[in-house]
Design a protein around this ligand. Structure first.
Ligand code: DSN
Length: 418
């Protein structure tokens, strides 16, 4: 048995991890779905709990020796219930897509109808897109955003729901810079007798901080990842609300059965322990102020970019991300992503609503502030970031982009990753 630690036992993997650490320390992570987790979360994630099999649920396992594993999972469930104010949580989903898949398994039979936000307008693959299980095994239809304002057109959503009569409606997305009107969605879902599910993967941390509207009073089911604005380990989660239990008293049991044995085997208990640590951190007062700084930073960044002639989808942001249409800068999103990476700012290319360009070279980029805010950056730093972004895009030149890297390295070093 290898008894050495990683540094001695596997120099190659150790070296790659160290190189990635250096890259992160010297650059700015501005992909909206990424963040820097705390040492406590990482410690739980790399703990001995990884070794244990625990198929089943607390008190009903298919393996022995799960006394402490049960404690971890129950504590994790309780922390979710307190943090989000929900009566039920399944903390086993490995990530966001399995969490969403569990909702399909629990609510629909194959071939039944689902309505989600169009991926091209900021939605998610698992909300019915044709190449995902959700569009392959279920009959999907989509609502988009208004072609001019790029905001959700709730009247159109209601019309599509009336026409399609879905059994499940998803709200949530990966590239929508605005808040959602949960109340209107509830009315739409109630009128057609659909389950209403909120996928809050992007904004969960903002919701618990009180800076994004809360779906809990309105929706039946909530899914989220735990590694975005929530700043936990990579993982997923399904919650059921009082509304959901009133609509279907068996929905919580259906979710449990869908996760195990429906689609997963042994839960990753080291990950569940790390999620529990994240929920504890997210319930502390500091986290509330973190969420509000994420949004303040993003608003400031979006204002500064707008001042410099950037065209922001919806004209700005309510949350942690902004989506930029680069066509007036004569650049596609792929080129911008590559140049910004040379300068030390990591963003991702992204389609804009009704994008005429192909997905590999879309017209936009998506930028977010969760990770830089974790490093302690504030609005003053967002001005500097906007200046660099502006220069890199205006120069449109690799060498000039590389020269900007010194400025970003200095900025990054002033704000070490906690
Ligand atoms: N892949 C995630 C994102 O980057 O938004 C969504 O699941």
């Amino acid at each position: 048995m290898q008894k050495n630690n990683l540094k001695k036992g596997d120099k190659e993997i150790f070296g790659i991890i160290e190189a990635e650490r250096k890259r992160r320390e010297e650059t700015l992570e501005m992909i909206p779905s990424e963040n820097h987790t705390s040492p406590a979360v990482l410690e739980a994630m790399s703990s001995i709990l990884s070794d244990k099999y625990a198929e089943g649920y607390p008190g009903k396992r298919y393996y022995g020796g799960n006394e402490h594993i049960d404690e971890v999972e129950i504590l994790c469930q309780e922390r979710v219930k307190n943090l989000f104010n929900v009566p039920f949580a399944n903390v086993q989903p490995y990530s966001g897509s399995p969490a969403n898949m569990a909702v399909y398994f629990a609510c629909l039979k194959p071939g039944e109808r689902v309505l989600g936000m169009d991926l091209k307008c900021g939605g998610h693959l698992t909300h019915g897109w044709k190449v995902s299980f959700s569009g392959i095994y279920y009959e999907s239809s989509f609502y988009g955003v208004n072609e001019k304002t790029h905001l959700i057109d709730y009247e159109e959503v209601a019309e599509i729901a009336q026409k399609e009569k879905p059994k499940l409606i998803w709200v949530g997305g990966s590239a929508y810079p605005r808040d959602f009107d949960w109340k209107i969605f509830k009315k739409i879902a109630d009128e057609v007798g659909a389950y209403l599910a909120a996928d809050i993967a992007h904004v969960a941390g903002l919701i618990v901080s009180g800076v994004h509207s809360d779906p809990v009073p309105y929706v039946d089911i909530i899914t989220t990842t735990t590694h975005k604005t929530l700043r936990g380990p990579r993982g997923g989660l399904v919650m059921v609300t009082e509304e959901g239990l009133n609509k279907d008293s068996k929905i919580a049991t259906k979710i449990d059965k869908a996760v195990f044995p429906g689609l997963q085997g042994g839960p990753h208990e080291h990950q569940i322990a790390a999620k529990a640590v994240c929920f504890k951190e997210a319930s502390e007062p500091d986290f509330k102020s973190y969420g509000s700084k994420v949004v303040d930073n993003c608003k400031r960044l979006s204002d500064e970019l707008t001042k410099r002639g950037f065209d922001l989808i919806t004209g700005g942001t309510d949350n942690h991300l902004c989506l930029i249409d680069l066509r007036n800068k004569n650049m596609n999103g792929k080129r911008a992503e590559d140049l910004l990476e040379l300068s030390g700012i990591t963003v991702n290319k992204n389609a804009i609503p009704y994008d005429p360009a192909p997905p590999a070279k879309p017209s936009g980029i998506r930028i977010g502030t969760p990770a830089v805010t974790t490093r302690g950056m504030r609005e003053e730093e967002m001005i500097k970031v906007a200046e660099v972004i502006d220069k890199v895009i205006s120069f449109d030149d690799e060498d000039k982009a590389k020269k900007m890297r010194d400025d970003i390295n200095h900025l990054a070093k002033d704000f070490p990753i906690p």
